[in-house]
Design a protein around this ligand. Sequence first.
Ligand SMILES: CC(C)(COP(=O)(O)OP(=O)(O)OC[C@H]1O[C@@H](n2cnc3c(N)ncnc32)[C@H](O)[C@@H]1OP(=O)(O)O)[C@@H](O)C(=O)NCCC(=O)NCCS
Length: 165
Amino acid sequence: MRRVSPQETEAQQTHIVLPSHSNAHGNAFGGQIVAWTDICAAVSAQRFARRPVVTASIDELHFLQAVKVGMIVELRSMVNRAWTTSMEVGVRIEAEHPRTGERSHCCSAYLTFVALRDSDEGQDAEIVLPELLVDQAEIWRRRHHEAQLRRDHRLKTRAERRSHR
Ligand SMILES: CC(C)(COP(=O)(O)OP(=O)(O)OC[C@H]1O[C@@H](n2cnc3c(N)ncnc32)[C@H](O)[C@@H]1OP(=O)(O)O)[C@@H](O)C(=O)NCCC(=O)NCCS
């Protein structure tokens, strides 16, 4: 079985907020930040799984501050934890003032991707994800543990939604 460290799944994106990315107030449109977030996270998921993946869910998002046109936006993502066919990717989004270099945290996101069978695999082919190597340092153990708590919550609310259909 392949073994992959979270660091090997890291993806980064850097953008400048252009007028075409903005809302009527001259700030980045939230949907644009979500689109960048989904793509950055998908790259991490693909680097981990090395097979097709789809976004199954995006946890609730809080935009902590507006990002003005002209600001630099940097996204950084990594796989936090993987289960049987799904994996959680964490994304941190920061804004950087282009002249002062001052940086601020504008949003954090957790997305779940699900690995799919490749087009040349049969319907019954088993989907096997690599093992995520978790460093025993406190920060990695904490991320790993918190990812499980978030998954438990996600699957509980998914089950509740289904029971109300
Ligand atoms: C995501 C999707 C593949 C899940 O299919 P499904 O048959 O409902 O999935 P299952 O119940 O067999 O679960 C498969 C895995 O997905 C996980 N999962 C499914 N829905 C989930 C959700 N809403 N949030 C988090 N994880 C989810 C399950 O926990 C399971 O993980 P595990 O194998 O690691 O235990 C399917 O719902 C889908 O294709 N959705 C559309 C995805 C898409 O098109 N995204 C782009 C944006 S529209």
